[in-house]
Design a protein around this ligand. Structure first.
Ligand SMILES: Nc1nc2c(ncn2[C@@H]2O[C@H](COP(=O)(O)OP(=O)(O)OP(=O)(O)O)[C@@H](O)[C@H]2O)c(=O)[nH]1
Ligand SMILES: [Mg+2]
Length: 180
């Protein structure tokens, strides 16, 4: 089941993060769930699970059940286990790394081929605080997202910029049940 609901005001959204190793997936989750940043963040092994509930302005609550996958190549074969049942996929790249942007596009194609047809996809350019080292333009991010029907945002797990906004925008896009 993609979206379990206890009732119309309390939604549960299963979310998976995908992207190259080192782009900051675990740091984004840590910032969102605990409000912290770890500059010595270790590579994820396999995947890790966390959850966080947010309240929207209309007093709906959304509980995100988050699978933070491992970006290292050796774990790539595990990814379908996590994205297959997901209602939301957040594809992350690092704005200082064109390679990670290419990898993000690979994940988008993978999701289009094997993900749920109604999956909500977000494209996230992380490490926006490193603007002096930027190598992927905002425009390239926007174009890629538009082409693939995705929501786009640039974030910084380090400064917390746009992290809550990312999850709020996703929450707004979750389908609401028609009956309570
Ligand atoms: N400057 C800056 N550094 C960041 C940011 N987010 C993460 N980092 C750093 O990038 C490195 C990798 O972050 P992780 O969150 O562990 O990367 P990951 O995508 O989870 O990597 P895997 O688990 O191997 O897939 C760490 O050294 C972080 O401190 C950010 O927004 N800005
Ligand atoms: Mg990680």
């Amino acid at each position: 089941m993609l979206l379990s609901t206890s009732n119309s005001r309390h939604l549960i959204g299963q979310l998976v993060l995908l992207g190259d190793s080192g782009v900051g997936k675990s740091c984004i989750v840590l910032r969102f769930v605990r409000g912290q940043f770890d500059p010595t963040s270790k590579v994820t092994v396999g995947a890790s699970f966390l959850s966080q509930t947010i309240a929207l302005q209309d007093s709906t609550t959304v509980k995100f059940e988050i699978w933070d996958t491992a970006g290292q190549e050796r774990y790539a074969a595990l990814a379908p286990l996590y994205y297959r049942g997901a209602a939301v996929a957040v594809v992350v790249y690092d704005i200082t790394s064109p390679d990670s942007f290419a990898k993000a596009q690979y994940w988008v194609k993978e999701l289009q081929k094997h993900g749920s047809p109604d999956i909500i996809m977000a494209l996230v350019g992380n490490k926006a605080d490193l603007h002096e080292k930027r190598e992927v333009s905002v425009q390239d991010g926007i174009e890629c997202a538009e082409k693939n029907g995705m929501f786009f945002i640039e974030t910084s797990a380090k400064t917390a910029d746009n992290i809550n906004q990312l999850f709020e925008e996703i929450a707004k896009r979750l389908p609401r049940p028609t009956t309570s």
